[in-house]
Design a protein around this ligand. Structure first.
Ligand code: HAM
Length: 427
């Protein structure tokens, strides 16, 4: 048991985000919401925990995330749940449950929980912005979903982002390829890395994902997925590539891009940032999952989407030195009240109703103490209310960004307050 006095800490691999850094998060989320709205998506909010079957059936019981990283727990009624390790399976579960009209376009912002080895850019609780579209396999949707991410990254000021793309085909063409890959891996098993030397036969596609040189050398000399697509899947892929090129979005084909979840079919893609460390350089990724709705017990419905890590987007912005502020979060006004009768409350209320960001001092502290807080607050203006102002129905305004004392403050009638503030803030 923790002794009552010991300061408690956030769990390993998680972090608190406080102001002013949290303003960047707000800006990022607000910008994404704006893009999602422009592209015709509505927000979905769904539970952070689900029946563990949603993820076992969705992302695949054999995937690393389900096997090694999921936070699984029993509740007091012995039901087995998991904290969501990603957003897609829950969204598709909700689609299957509610059967909305299709095509159905949903966006989300969500924490995701994975028991990973924490390091910069890899956390046990990270946060994703994402979209999913269900009910159509039109390649134009693949293009639209990728374009949404691309335009969003542009708006964030990111310039060092590359799009990698692949097609995994559908069941038939992929099964043929997996058989060829299996044969190739079987005759080269001794050359694979330790983990895949033991495990390659459980899911040969995972070996394509492996970053170790040994596995890369073996898979380089083996069959390549895009060479084994059926005519339909090849045509779908070509239409996606042509659609992206028509929008001026350049995509690099990457035959290794099978991604970590079992639900993917056809188009898979990833956005990598050349400004952040190799192992954590994926700022977003996604793909098609045309069988997932059925795997979760629904009617057949094709789907596609992507998720993008907020922490990694912020790392990439910092690494690229992006200066642009996404959301203004500075205070306009700080109210200092030394009247002793709380004259500040109605004035603060009036200014907030007029649309200004206003804060104030509390606890009836001295003028000096309150001015110190006003200076630290980042506000552009301070309003000073003392007994003298109160008696004369007046208020003093001080420009906190002007060091010239005689020019920085003036007193006027309270009835002219909003007009004077508007004029001063425009200057
Ligand atoms: P994912 O590639 O596993 O895909 O995650 C999406 C993004 O979340 C990654 O590109 C990365 O930016 C971020 N991310 C993942 N794990 C971590 C972590 N441990 N710490 C920090 N950031 C992380 C998915 O989750 C799929 N649901 C994407 C998708 C949507 N596919 C189809 N629709």
């Amino acid at each position: 048991m923790t002794s009552s006095g010991a300061p408690l800490q956030a769990p390993i691999g998680t972090h608190d985000v406080l102001g002013p850094a949290s303003a960047e998060w707000e800006g990022l989320i607000a910008t994404f919401a704006q893009f999602a709205y422009r592209f015709g998506f509505s927000l979905i909010i769904s539970p952070l925990f689900e029946d563990v079957a949603v993820f076992n059936r969705g992302i695949g019981e054999q995937s690393d995330v389900a096997k090694k990283e999921m936070y699984v727990f029993s509740d007091r009624s012995d039901r087995t749940y998991a904290l969501r390790p990603e957003g897609t399976a829950s969204v598709v579960r909700a689609f299957v449950q509610h059967q909305p009209n299709t095509p159905w376009k949903a966006w989300y912002v969500t924490p995701a929980f994975r028991y990973e080895r924490p390091q910069a850019g890899r956390y046990r609780q990270h946060h994703q912005l994402g979209v999913e579209v269900l009910g159509t396999d039109d390649p134009a949707v693949d293009v639209e979903v990728i374009a949404l991410a691309w335009r969003f990254y542009e708006a964030l000021g990111l310039r060092k982002v590359r799009l990698l793309i692949n097609s995994m085909g559908h069941d038939d063409c992929r099964d043929g390829f997996v058989q060829l890959l299996r044969d190739h891996l079987s005759s080269n098993a001794s050359k694979l890395c330790d983990e895949h030397g033991r495990l390659w036969s459980e899911n040969p596609l995972r070996v394509l994902d492996c970053k170790k040189e040994a596995c890369r050398a073996v898979t380089d000399s083996g069959p390549q997925l895009p060479d084994h697509l059926c005519d339909e899947c090849r045509e779908h892929f070509d239409r996606v590539l042509n659609g992206l090129s028509a929008l001026g979005i350049s995509a690099t084909r990457d035959p290794r891009l099978v991604r970590g979840f079992d639900y993917y079919t056809r188009t898979t893609f990833e956005f990598v940032s050349d400004s952040i460390d190799g192992a954590q350089n994926a700022i977003g990724g996604g793909g098609r999952y045309d069988k997932l709705a059925e795997q979760l017990g629904g009617k057949p419905a094709s789907g596609i989407g992507f998720g993008s890590g907020i922490e990694r987007l912020l790392l990439a912005r910092t690494a690229e030195g992006v200066q642009q502020v996404l959301l203004k979060r500075d205070l306009d006004i700080f109210v200092v009240d030394t009247t002793g009768v709380d004259a500040a409350t109605p004035i603060v209320d009036q200014l907030r109703r007029a649309g200004y960001a206003v804060d104030r001092a509390y606890d009836g502290r001295s003028m000096k103490a309150q001015m110190k807080v006003a200076d630290k607050s980042g506000a552009r203006l301070a309003l000073l209310l003392g007994p003298q102002e109160l008696a004369g129905g007046q208020i003093t305004m001080k420009d906190l960004r002007n060091d010239d004392f005689s020019n920085s403050q003036r007193t006027f009638d309270l009835s002219d307050l909003v007009a004077n503030i508007a004029k001063q803030l425009e200057e």
